[in-house]
Design a protein around this ligand. Sequence first.
Ligand code: FES
Length: 105
Amino acid sequence: MKMIKICNLSEFSDNNIISKIVNSKNIALVKIKEQVFAFDDECTHEKYPLSHGMIDENNGNPILECSYHGTKFNLKSGKVVALPATKPLKIYKTEIKQGEVWVEL
Ligand code: FES
């Protein structure tokens, strides 16, 4: 695995999920306060794009809700916190360097 530059921080507005294709993978990213979270842009339930989902900041322990059937994932761990999905979401390590967003893929 290596760190890959995905985009610039200026492409984000707070809590707005964006989607990028990197190495043939669909990766979704969201900036919450000063942190960027990266994850597979595909729900583990029925593969709906999670970039269409909603974010709950949840006091620093953010939750992503799939807008199709309402599965909720913890964005730090990828764990399912509300069904119907049962499989965790793949979360990628991110770094912000001089206004650029890098993701470990
Ligand atoms: S596809 Fe996401 S909850 Fe069903």
